[in-house]
Design a protein around this ligand. Structure first.
Ligand code: ADP
Ligand code: MG
Length: 279
């Protein structure tokens, strides 16, 4: 043991102790954010108030709450598609706008938003094309992403030839084309039938594990939130606030998870938190 260097010489400088300084190690750091649409006008909407949210690398955080409570607005603030009225939004320790310009995140929505006049592989290539990637580089990356979502054989198909679930997998592949450290998803499985939806949840968890991407996911479904997440953020409306944060510690998910009493207990916990907000 005497040949071992002292511990403080071994410590890698690139691996700071998270307890040391939480700031730079966060993927998302939202502090004191409010969002008012149309301020001072008759149609003013206080969409968000007093939002503090920190997301660490590798987390899978789900936002849940009644329609109109500001879930999409919160996601759009992280994406720098809307600006906060007050407060700060940092993504990868930089202003959200810089993170957008740096393509630090990918985004997916309820509708896949694919172009049917382009083949599947060319849909995934589109953002890379817009960024001026060479033909061979973008084809290589798009093919890799198609393999990731297990649609390699469908590269030459057109989106309308695919099922709804497959189209969403193409949209996820496209969102991951820049290998972002963060994936933002707004009710991506909301339009799918129940069986397809459960299959997509497993696919998303596999992709999350394989890529190490941090995920922020919006849903209306309590079981979906519990099944997917490491943490469920319950929001309340008028104005949208974070009402509760519920850690979900169910380990690796499998078919058995959905029948696990611990799973039902978490579903009940989230449902109770949502009801308390309605009351
Ligand atoms: P959720 O996704 O939880 O259903 P949203 O974030 O879409 O809720 O909306 C929150 C509130 O903000 C709603 O009252 C909605 O009408 C309002 N809102 C959202 N976007 C805009 C906008 N661009 N202009 C005005 N009001 C908006
Ligand atoms: Mg929404």
């Amino acid at each position: 043991m005497s040949e071992q260097p002292p511990v403080d010489e071994v410590a890698a400088p690139t691996a700071p102790d998270p307890a040391d300084d939480a700031g730079p190690s966060l993927v998302i750091d939202i502090q004191g954010v409010t969002k008012v649409f149309n301020p001072g006008r008759a149609n003013q909407v206080d969409a968000l108030a007093e939002i503090d949210l920190a997301v660490a690398p590798g987390e899978f955080v789900t936002l849940i709450g009644p329609s109109g409570c500001g879930k999409s607005t919160l996601l759009r603030l992280i994406a720098s598609l809307v600006a906060p009225t007050s407060g700060s939004v940092l993504v990868n320790a930089k202003p959200a706008e810089q993170a957008r310009l740096d393509r630090d995140y990918g985004m997916a929505f309820q509708t896949a938003g694919l172009f049917d006049w382009r083949s599947v592989v060319k849909n995934i290539e589109l953002p890379l094309e817009l960024m001026g990637w060479s033909k061979s580089d973008r084809r290589r990356r798009a093919t890799e992403m198609l393999e990731l979502v297990k649609l390699g054989e469908f590269a030459g198909h057109h989106p309308s030839e695919l099922s709804g679930g497959m189209q969403q997998r193409v949209a996820i592949a496209r969102a991951l084309a820049f290998r972002p450290s963060l994936l933002l998803m707004d009710e991506p499985f909301g339009a799918l039938d129940e069986m397809t939806r459960e299959h997509m949840q497993d696919e998303l968890l596999r992709i999350w594990t394989e890529t190490g991407t941090t995920l922020v996911f919006v849903t209306h479904s309590i079981p979906e939130a519990v099944y997917l997440s490491t943490r469920v953020v319950v929001m309340s409306p008028r104005p949208g606030r974070i009402a509760a944060t519920i850690p979900v510690d169910l380990g690796e998910r499998s078919a058995a998870t959905r029948d696990d009493p611990a799973f039902f207990a978490k579903v009940t916990e989230v449902r109770t938190a949502l009801r308390e907000e309605e009351a």
